[in-house]
Design a protein around this ligand. Structure first.
Ligand SMILES: Nc1nc2ccc(CNc3ccc(C(=O)NCCCC(=O)O)cc3)cc2c(=O)[nH]1
Ligand SMILES: N[C@@H]1O[C@H](COP(=O)(O)O)[C@@H](O)[C@H]1O
Length: 203
């Protein structure tokens, strides 16, 4: 399965996906990495891995629709069949999400539906939860509300700071996202027409 990865920054999740796609058993082949910001470390990670990169700078577009349309064109140019949002921080328009429904995955640093939106880790700390984690989900128009594919829980430890919790969640992300990518890329898991996850039964 030809995969496109959208990033906005460091790309530690991208790196985890790259490492997974390298494995001979992988069903996924990352064919392009697109960043909405120039010069970010994620672009260097892609180049080092021999993956083509493109920058689609959202500041250069008059509307979200034009920005999303350009991203769509790049994805089609590379024959992408599955898109991963890996630290991608722009909200996507309904038109784009509809086009890629069931083929658009995102990693969120909380156990959805708890703590949607930005700074989810901080929300968890402030809520005083003892268990946190991350979620890989299909992207729906409503932000952080799509069908859940994989989750991994981590403990919140006494004395945790936002940074220590972020680090622990990020390690979980680097396991959860590659696992979810393989499940969808291999056809084991798909998004049903009713908007729920469908697991392919053996035989
Ligand atoms: N329609 C749709 N699109 C998304 C785009 C990115 C992400 C990644 N997670 C994200 C979740 C939240 C945000 C956010 O609220 N950022 C501040 C506003 C930035 C902006 O103005 O664009 C960004 C990414 C998830 C979604 C999603 O669930 N649905
Ligand atoms: N989606 C969120 O973006 C952050 C940065 O990810 P990365 O750029 O290091 O992959 C991570 O915390 C991830 O949960």
């Amino acid at each position: 399965t030809r995969v496109g990865v959208l990033i906005s920054g460091t790309g530690t999740n991208l790196q985890a996906l790259i490492d997974q796609a390298k494995r001979p058993s992988s069903s996924a082949q990352i064919v392009v990495v697109i960043s909405n910001r120039p010069g970010v470390q994620g672009l260097k990670r892609a180049s080092l891995a021999g993956i083509q990169t493109r920058v689609v700078d959202h500041k250069l577009y008059g509307s979200r629709a034009e920005f999303d349309s350009t991203i769509n064109t790049v994805l089609e140019e590379f024959g992408v069949e599955l898109v991963c949002l890996a630290g991608f921080m722009r909200i996507l328009t309904g038109t784009f999400v509809k086009k890629w429904t069931g083929k658009l995955l995102n990693i969120h640093p909380s156990l959805l539906p708890s703590f949607k939106g930005v700074n989810a880790q901080k929300q968890a700390l402030q809520a005083g939860v003892r268990v946190a984690g991350c979620t890989v989900h299909f992207v729906a128009e409503e932000v952080d509300a799509g069908a859940i594919i994989v989750q991994e829980a981590v403990p919140v430890l006494v004395g945790d700071t936002e940074d220590s919790l972020c680090d622990r969640i990020r390690e979980a992300e680097h396991r959860a996202f590659p696992t979810a990518l393989e499940l969808v890329a291999s056809g084991t898991v798909r998004l049903g027409n009713d908007g729920h996850i469908e697991w392919r039964s053996p035989l």
